[in-house]
Every structure is written in structure tokens, then in C-alpha cells.
Design a protein around this ligand. Structure first.
Ligand code: UDP
Length: 423
């Protein structure tokens, strides 16, 4: 690839806007992934356009992240928040708007990287209409999700069909962990091309605040034993398990014990309801003086929270990758995580933290006690986690793997190839 104009890509993330606040309803790992991948690719010379659906009249139509990377918000359906399970009907308009944007700007995206199943449908249309090549990252697989929830949404059959079609027809699927690839193969289809390229983290940002400075900044006593949760308020994140596990810890009742639950929510929305439910449990168990709920943690303040904590707990029922675990490890903080999905790939049991069965209160409690009870081992786990993230999960490393993949997909197909294949 010699000309920079050829290095053009559309990252499509219909419901995961890469330019908005992270840590609130339906804004989490996918938004971070798209933004970080987009910005890192632009540093490698790509012209990156990230497409999302506009959800508020206050939002700008175009946000320029740097001279080669921007978020473009298309109007498709009502300009308001729509839960992702209700978003499918607005996709044809999204495709139309994207084609219109191309026309107005004399651009054609030869390559699109779609994120989550809604965007994968958009990519499938662009492939049909104009032959765009497609790379897809699932972020969540319907078939896995529906096994862990009680109320299956109406859109389920549509989602499962689209997820199978994209696996079988996209030029490449990006699985973010070997466990996710395994699920695609066993639960979705044996056909299709899958590469494993993990999610990454900003290794310069996380780990930038040491423990003493972090505790001073947050007003936390040097003696305190601090357990941290970071993430969205969603029942499938398992916050209830963590609260109950802290209640059962042998350190419970010790004035030094503290549980911080960081994550944003909006009253009346689904994350607001989950926060209310969690606060109800906290009150019922009489734990309020041990727990703080600081709300959404900004990107700027996150390294301070990770740095100040003795252990970060990721109690999700399922997690295809789990960015929080790598952010904590990058910060030198050991992780206790559910033994599921991508967490089995990022967290090395007994080496960078502990893996325990999901929703098992006693197992989480025991793991918390083991780590809080042994500060020297805690420090060793933290250092190993930091080394693991440095070597495997930097955004720069992830972006250079994607760069190589995109470059390969955009190579013109050699004319002689069909003859060779048929031989
Ligand atoms: N996050 C944040 N502030 C918060 C809560 C979460 O910035 O208050 C970020 C967190 O640091 C991580 C992302 O949201 O980068 C969550 O990603 P993860 O893969 O752990 O979970 P998901 O939201 O995708 O289920």
C-alpha cells in the first residue's frame, strides 16, 4: 500500500458512540475499543471515520479527534437514546445516511470494520450495495448472552441470524480472546475466517499513579483495605455477588475495609434501576458505611482509583473480553474475576489474580480474603499483571495487528489466483 488515501477505513458502531462519556448505560467497552482503535490507527497513517447514531440534539454531527480521525453522527430514527434491542428498525436509514455521506464527500469505503451485531448488518448491506470488505468484532454474542438471561428480547432470532451470516461472509472476524473464538465455532458456525486480536489498554495512562499518591488524592487511609469495582450498572455485571462477598469477608467489620463501586447511572433508566437495587441490598445488609458509590469515573481519575485499590473485582456473569481487568492489571492491581469468557484469557489464575466461579459468593469472599490477607503476595500478583498487560495488551500492539490485517485485505487480488486455485 503506497498511497495514504488508500488507507481509509470506516469503523461502524451504531449504538456505541466513540466520542461520548464512558461508564453509563450501554456505554462501556465497545465505545472505548472503537475510539482507541480509531485514534491508534490514525497514528499509523489511516484516515479513520467512525460512524455512530446521533442520540441527542445537543450532539455535534462531527467530532474531530485529530486531523485523521473523526466521529460522524448520522441521524437515523429518533434523535434520542434508544435501547440497543430496539435499534434494528433504524438500520436501513443508517445505511442510507452513510451512503449519502459518502456521496456528499466523494468517498467510498472499500473497507469497513463493524462493531456489535447491529453494525454488522450495516456492513452486510454495504458489502451487497458497493462491495465493501468487512471486518467484524462482536463485543457480545447473542447465543451466549441469551443463555445467561431470563427475558429473551423479541429481536433475538433476528440477531442470531445476522450473527451467523456475518461470521460466514465477512472477510475477517476479530475475536478478542481464544474463548470468544471457541464460542463462535461451537455455538454459531464452523464457516468463516476468524483472527484473534485482543482489546488493548493505554499502558502509559494506567499505572501512572502510585499507591501512596493515589490514596492521598482520594483521602484514603494508608492502612485501609480497598476493594474496587468499575463498570456499568447492569445485573449481568454481578455487583450483587461482590457486595454479598464483601459482607462475608473475614475482614468485614474491620473499620479499614472499604468497597468502592464506580460507574455512572441515570435515574429511571435501566442502570439507575440497577444502582437502586444494589443500594437496597447494601442497606438491607447494613453495609452503607463500608461502601462508597462515587458515580461515573472519568478517564482522568480512573488510574487514581485503580492505583489506590488492593484488589479489583470483576464479578460479571459473562464477559467477552473485559477491559476493566486489563486496566487494573496495567495499574499493578491484582484482579479477582469470574472464571468466564475473555477473563480466562486476560487474568492468569494464581499469577495475576484469581479466577472464581461466577455468582459464587463464598468463592469471591474467600478470594478477597486471600489477597487482602497477604500484602506481599498481593504486590507480586500486581507486578505480574502489569508485566502481562505490557507484553500483550497495549493499544499500539493491537492497532499494529489490525493495520496488518486491513492492509492485507485491501491488497488487490492477483489476476492469476483463480487459475492457481482451480489447479
Ligand atoms: N468505565 C469508565 N468509567 C466508569 C465505568 C466504566 O470509564 O465509571 C470504562 C472502563 O474503564 C472500561 C469500560 O468502561 O474501559 C468498560 O469496559 P468493559 O469491557 O470492562 O465492560 P463493558 O462495558 O464493555 O461491558
Amino acid at each position: 500500500m503506497n498511497s495514504t488515501t488508500n488507507k481509509r477505513i470506516a469503523l461502524i458502531s451504531v449504538h456505541g458512540d466513540p466520542a461520548i462519556e464512558i461508564g453509563k448505560e450501554e456505554a462501556g467497552g465497545q465505545n472505548v475499543y472503537v475510539r482507541q482503535v480509531g485514534e491508534a490507527l490514525s497514528q499509523l497513517g489511516w484516515q479513520v471515520d467512525m460512524f455512530s447514531r446521533k442520540v441527542s440534539v445537543d450532539q455535534e454531527d462531527i467530532v474531530q479527534h485529530n486531523s485523521r480521525c473523526r466521529t460522524i453522527r448520522l441521524t437515523a430514527g429518533p434523535v434520542e437514546f434508544v435501547p440497543r434491542d430496539n435499534g434494528f428498525k433504524y438500520l436501513p436509514e443508517f445505511v442510507e445516511q452513510l451512503l449519502e455521506f459518502q456521496k456528499q464527500n466523494s468517498i467510498k469505503y472499500e473497507l469497513v470494520h463493524t462493531n456489535y451485531w447491529l453494525s454488522s448488518w450495516v456492513g452486510l448491506q454495504l458489502k451487497q450495495i458497493q462491495g465493501s470488505k468487512q471486518v467484524h468484532t462482536y463485543h457480545s454474542l447473542g447465543i451466549v448472552k441469551y443463555n445467561t438471561i431470563e427475558n429473551i428480547p423479541l429481536v433475538a432470532s433476528q440477531r442470531l441470524a445476522v450473527e451467523k451470516e456475518v461470521l460466514e461472509t465477512a472477510e475477517r472476524i476479530v475475536a478478542t480472546s481464544p474463548q470468544e473464538k471457541q464460542h463462535m465455532r461451537t455455538l454459531v458456525s464452523h464457516q468463516g475466517n476468524i483472527d484473534i486480536i485482543p482489546c488493548g489498554t493505554d499502558i502509559r495512562h494506567f499505572g501512572s499513579v502510585d499507591r501512596q499518591a493515589a490514596r492521598e488524592a482520594l483521602g484514603i487511609d494508608p492502612q485501609a483495605k480497598v476493594v474496587l469495582y468499575v463498570g456499568r450498572f447492569d445485573p449481568r455485571k454481578g455487583i450483587e455477588t461482590l457486595v454479598r462477598a464483601v459482607r462475608e469477608s473475614k475482614f468485614y467489620g474491620d473499620k479499614d475495609l472499604k468497597l468502592i463501586i464506580g460507574g455512572g447511572s441515570t435515574p429511571g433508566n435501566s442502570d439507575g434501576r440497577e444502582r437502586d437495587r444494589i443500594e437496597g441490598i447494601v442497606n438491607e445488609l447494613g453495609m452503607s458505611k463500608f461502601i462508597s458509590l462515587p458515580g461515573r469515573l472519568s478517564r482522568e481519575v480512573l488510574p487514581t482509583y485503580y492505583g489506590a485499590s488492593d484488589v479489583c473485582v470483576v464479578p460479571s456473569h459473562y464477559e467477552p473480553f473485559g477491559l476493566v481487568a486489563v486496566e487494573a492489571m496495567a495499574s499493578g492491581t491484582p484482579v479477582i474475576a469470574s472464571d468466564v469468557g475473555g477473563l480466562q484469557f486476560t487474568v492468569v489464575n494464581e499469577n495475576t489474580g484469581l479466577l472464581v466461579p461466577p455468582q459464587d459468593v463464598a468463592a469471591f469472599s474467600n478470594a478477597i480474603d486471600r489477597i487482602l490477607g497477604n500484602p506481599q503476595w498481593r504486590a507480586q500478583l500486581g507486578q505480574s499483571g502489569n508485566r502481562r498487560v505490557m507484553s500483550k495488551f497495549s493499544w499500539d500492539g493491537v492497532a499494529s495487528q489490525l493495520d496488518a490485517l486491513y492492509t492485507q485485505l485491501l491488497q488487490p487480488v492477483k489476476e492469476k489466483e483463480p487459475a492457481l486455485v482451480s489447479k
